[in-house]
Design a protein around this ligand. Sequence first.
Ligand code: ZN
Length: 413
Amino acid sequence: MYKIKLLILVPILLISCKSTSEFTGYSYDPPGVTNTVDKLVYPQKRRVIGAGNPKVWVSNEDESTRMNDFYVVTKDTFEVYIKPENAPINNSPWFGFSIWSDSTRSIVLRLRYENARHRYEPKFGDQLVDSVRYDSSSGTAEFKLNLTEEPKFLSAQFRDGITYSDLVSELSEYNESFISIDTAGLSHEKRAVYQITVDETNPGIQAGVLILLSRQHPPETSGYLTYHYFLDALLDSTELARKFRSRFIIKSFPMINPDGVFNGHWRHNVGGNDLNRDWQYFNQPETRSVKDALIPLKNDSSKKVYYGIDFHSTNENIFYPINEEIVTFPDNFTQKWVSSLQKNFPELAFTIEEFDIDSPISKNWIYKTFGADALTFEVDDVLSKAEMKHLGYTSAQSLMEMLLEEWNNLNGD
Ligand SMILES: [Zn+2]
């Protein structure tokens, strides 16, 4: 069943912020979140650890893993200790490691977190782990695992297509002449913050621009994968997609926090900050790269930014549009888009919660810089690949139709 909950009033917390116009954080943010100057992060030690008899082994030597310690509790019960990159931090405890045994055996594995409670349902290889027992007093989770000599990943989300290396190899496969891939800038650890520009617009027209952002928060893989399906639909050879690309340029930044993804961070970059609270002062090189790549659009009279979408994940499908009372171009586009989605695709469950524009997040920067409407698109953590594909593809179809209508309203067909 689907639900529509349209909250016209901004949350109480933000009303209080509005009066001082000084945003200090959402209810789920740790204190000091908007001070984005570099903070210390504590890199995990990359290693293989063996414990028990016969021995059970774990390793965090791959990218996008996180495992800080491993030990025996009783004969068949083992514990993995997981720490964040630094604290205070939101409760999004990412974990990931490979695990195997010297001989086939069944164990009980417990996940214990520093500064957090269990959140992500564990995946073992390509299977969701069932019968996870959550202990609300300790915040731990435990479950049975059947191990063999073959290492398998135990991870907070399925590993397929989510790492930095996966992105690098995907980008090398684009060969259409209207797609260009470049490096908008470098992260703290000198990884590329990639930019994909799609430009097949007819010369001489007033081109619209659509901005797509993703993976500011490393564990939010359902938003990231949905973004991929969304972009695929825009790059398709359908009549609609071709027409869309003749009017609109797409500026896309698929992984804004490459170091956080590589190092298995819970939320922050290697500068120890939540990048989606850095869109006012731009203290971090990753957010600065994206800003520097987009800012020339502001004074380019042949181009007009129509819309921006920043893909994230949380525990439901939820759209966070800009408050209806704030005049954007196109005005209230998100509200119109979501109601059309609801009508045409009732199987996609969405909640809508409007927000004021005080917080230093990407969506508000897009509005403040270009006057365009923008959206934080939150995808449910637990969607299957088929559901993400459906969501990404169908929402892109309807977005293209509606943006083309807006383009026609402004420029004539
Ligand atoms: Zn997020």
